[in-house]
Design a protein around this ligand. Structure first.
Ligand SMILES: C[S@@+](CC[C@H](N)C(=O)[O-])C[C@H]1O[C@@H](n2cnc3c(N)ncnc32)[C@H](O)[C@@H]1O
Length: 191
């Protein structure tokens, strides 16, 4: 195998694939990557949600919001785990929303609502739990929004990146996953 062969047969295709992926994010997702939360982290979040749901005694259904629900896989798992709860997926990507809605219908998960909206303009004052896996650049503004809008006691989980605006995680849970960069779950409650 020569360097020339390697560049021509391997590097060229890797480069082209990355370019296509970038073009996809740019055209369909405002440049924001749509990567899902690793299975082990999703499982850990559902365990945390179980504790919250068990102690909840409100009259409205327990409401869980996924900030940027992507293709909806995680919202579907949450909806299955908590059939009495209301699950809301906020998403700006039209393609991701179309997938999510199709699968919601296919799996007859009537306790999920997907909302085609920038999550910064969505008021979270009715949420009992908020889950997210966002970019580092969004964590400061998200921290500020959550401080302003969440009811005391609301659970917040953030995969990988900690919230900004002075939030201090009450737990930083290490989780073993095969996904690169997904090893840590930050857990908070609004004071
Ligand atoms: C990394 S994915 C996470 C998907 C899913 N929540 C999960 O944990 O598996 C982040 C999603 O957030 C969406 N997103 C990013 N900024 C957003 C915004 N301002 N409003 C709504 N959705 C947004 C992206 O389109 C992307 O689908």
């Amino acid at each position: 195998m020569t360097v020339h062969w390697f560049v021509d047969n391997v590097l060229r295709w890797i480069f082209l694939s990355l370019l296509l992926l970038d073009a996809y994010y740019l055209i369909f997702n405002k440049g924001i990557p749509n990567i899902r939360t690793a299975p082990a982290i999703r499982k850990r979040i559902i365990e945390l949600l179980k504790i919250e749901v068990a102690k909840y005694n409100g009259s409205e259904p327990f409401t869980i919001v996924d900030m940027g629900s992507g293709n909806g896989l995680f919202t579907r798992e949450i909806a299955r785990a908590f059939p009495e709860a209301r699950v809301i997926g906020l998403e700006i990507s039209k393609t991701a929303l179309a997938w999510s809605r199709r699968f919601k219908k296919l799996h007859k998960l009537n306790n999920i609502d997907y909302i085609d909206q920038d999550f910064y303009s969505y008021n979270l004052n009715h949420a009992n739990a908020v889950v997210m896996y966002l970019t580092i650049f969004q964590m400061e503004s998200m921290g500020k929004k959550l401080h302003e809008e969440l009811k005391p006691g609301t659970l917040v989980t953030s995969n990988r990146f900690p919230l900004g605006d002075g939030w201090v995680p009450e737990q930083v849970i290490p989780v073993r996953t095969l996904y690169p960069h997904q090893k840590i779950l930050n857990v908070y409650h609004q004071k």
